[in-house]
Design a protein around this ligand. Structure first.
Ligand code: FAD
Ligand code: NAD
Length: 483
């Protein structure tokens, strides 16, 4: 293997592996360095997303949803299943099998595209050289015309709740429980808290989420956040806002470990709760440990992210950075698109990325999904806007599927009618919001969406009706404003 490359990517998460594949597709000699090892100690690609993030969490969300449906919903359809049981170790094994399958999928794609996979820890040295130290401590140094840093992120730790990997865990530990904890505490009612809280809640845990902020899902549109909180609370998630955790103590009781959490509640009073497991999910931080030599020329910003411009160029010429390790939302698809943009730029193309239209989804049931501006952001920006909302309870397909909870909220510019944002809590929200993302990419107005023929009966009719409602033309609901 030659030690000279056109492109070396460090990190093979959704940002890095996509960048490597696209670079190789464009004829650039490419290598991707990865230090992740699976449970058997084998080097694997895919990063957080594939190994301990998007994919395994969705595998458990799907398993737990099926259990919950069989347990609580089948009866209403006239289906009796007897005593429904959950075998947690089998559910976790299924999840591991899916991860393995996807790991080998990436290896296959690397082979097919002639990307060299280098397993080991990568470090950027001065002059676009990359040092790789493999699992046996062997060191190699490679040279590249361009280096793409895609080292991702890791969970944030907080001093009052140190993760021990047994009773107090981070998101990775919460994907590995071998039995359903009777009492589950969650610090942080954000994306991970709600998704993993839902997994274990559906399987029978009594879940308490302690959230420091006084508003729920503060970055989401608040109409949708309020509706989502109502639905999730009804499902049994005990979401407590304005709660600050001050300490934790792991104690042994009856031969079993449990954790006593002390916190100040929304009235400022001291409170305690005892849990069998505690998940700490208070955000993630960019990961650059051991990545950069002092003289490599790459600068970090004040938040510890690698500093980049709009095109993901770092402060060192020929060195780029993408994904969770740079500014912007920590989402797999955001990093992947940056990877494509950077690979194409290196190949001399003029690709740019539209950071204004990045969908964001929380995979609870129903899903919570958003694209574009929230009403709160538009208000703060002093924009003139109009809003149309439509509830799923007025959608035939949703009623037929017992999925009538939630709504679509469409926001358009008051004068131009151009769609500025769409926010959904409801069935298949992740896929519905994508329809609006495409419309927004093409500069659609609410009227354009309203004039589009939608299949019937579909959940997506709620998107059309919300778009019609923006201008007071909804059909299956009385309109508040008539136009
Ligand atoms: P990562 O996926 O973190 O990959 C970085 C890779 O770089 C890692 O494999 C790491 O080992 C490697 N690396 C780091 N340093 C070095 C080095 N020096 N040498 C060699 N290799 C190195 N996002 C979504 O969009 N949708 C979801 O549904 C979703 N669900 C999630 C669920 C959970 C539980 C978690 C934790 C995250 C979830 N995310 C989701 C976020 C998503 O996983 C991240 O945004 C995404 O993985 C970031 O991609 P990345 O390539 O930037 O970094
Ligand atoms: P998050 O930012 O979504 O939520 C963290 C929550 O913890 C926030 O509500 C915050 O106010 C709260 N918090 C912070 N410090 C606290 C404290 N000391 N006590 C109590 N609450 C506290 O972060 P996350 O849930 O850890 O997820 C990390 C990132 O991973 C997300 O931001 C997202 O980018 C990504 N992710 C995405 C998906 C998805 O796209 N479906 C799923 C999981 C994770």
């Amino acid at each position: 293997m030659s030690n000279k490359y056109d492109v070396i990517v460090i990190g093979s998460g959704p940002a890095g592996y996509v960048a490597a594949i696209r670079a190789a597709q464009l004829g650039l000699k490419t290598a991707c360095v990865e230090k992740w090892r699976d449970k058997d100690g084998k080097g694997v690609n895919g990063g957080t997303c594939l190994n301990v993030g998007c994919i395994p969490s969705k595998a458990l969300l799907d398993s737990s949803h099926k259990y919950h449906e069989a347990h609580a919903a089948f009866g209403g359809h006239g289906i009796s299943t007897g005593d429904v049981q959950i075998d947690v170790p089998s559910m976790i094994k299924r999840k591991d099998k899916i991860v393995k399958q996807m790991n080998s999928g990436i290896s296959g794609l690397f082979k097919a595209n002639k990307v060299d996979s280098l397993f080991g820890s990568g470090k950027l040295l001065a002059g676009k050289k990359v040092q790789v130290i493999d699992a046996d401590g062997n060191e190699s140094v490679y040279e590249a015309e361009n280096v793409i840093l895609a080292s991702g992120s890791v969970p944030v730790n907080i001093p009052p709740a140190p993760v021990d990997g047994e009773v107090i865990v981070d998101s990775t530990g919460a994907l590995e429980f071998q039995e359903v904890p009777e009492r589950l505490g969650v610090i942080g009612a954000g994306v991970i808290g709600l998704e993993l809280g839902s997994v274990w809640g559906r399987l029978g845990s009594k879940v308490v989420c302690l959230e420091a902020l006084d508003s729920f899902l503060a970055i989401m549109d608040q109409t949708i956040a309020k509706e989502a909180k109502k639905i999730l609370t009804k499902q049994g998630l005990d979401i407590r806002l304005s709660c600050r955790v001050t300490g934790t103590e792991v104690v042994e009781k009856g031969g079993k470990k449990e954790v006593v959490v002390t916190y100040t509640d929304q009235d400022g009073k001291d409170a305690t709760e005892t849990f069998d497991k505690l998940i700490v999910c208070v955000g993630r931080r960019p990961f650059t440990d051991g990545l950069l030599s002092e003289d490599c020329g790459v600068k970090l910003d004040e938040r510890g992210s690698i500093y980049v411009n709009d095109l993901c160029s770092t402060s060192a010429p020929g060195v780029w950075a993408i994904g969770d390790v740079v500014r912007g939302p920590m989402l797999a698809h955001k990093g992947s698109e940056e990877g494509v943009m950077v690979a194409e730029r290196i190949a001399g193309e003029k690709t740019v990325m539209n950071y204004d239209i990045i969908p964001n989804v929380i995979y609870t049931h129903p899903e919570i999904a958003a694209v574009g501006k929230t009403e709160e952001q538009l208000k703060a920006d002093g924009e003139e806007y109009k809003v149309g909302t439509f509830p799923f309870i007025a959608i035939g397909r949703a009623v037929a599927a017992d999925e009538g909870e939630g709504m679509v909220k469409m926001i358009a510019h008051e004068k131009t009618d151009r769609v500025l944002g769409c926010h959904i809590v409801g069935p298949n929200a992740a896929d519905l919001v994508q329809q609006v993302a495409i419309a927004m990419e093409f500069g659609s107005t609410a009227e354009d969406i309203g004039l589009t023929v939608f299949g019937h009966p579909t959940f997506s009719e709620a998107v059309k009706e919300a778009a019609l409602a923006v201008n007071g033309h909804a059909i299956h609901m009385p309109n508040r404003k008539k136009r």
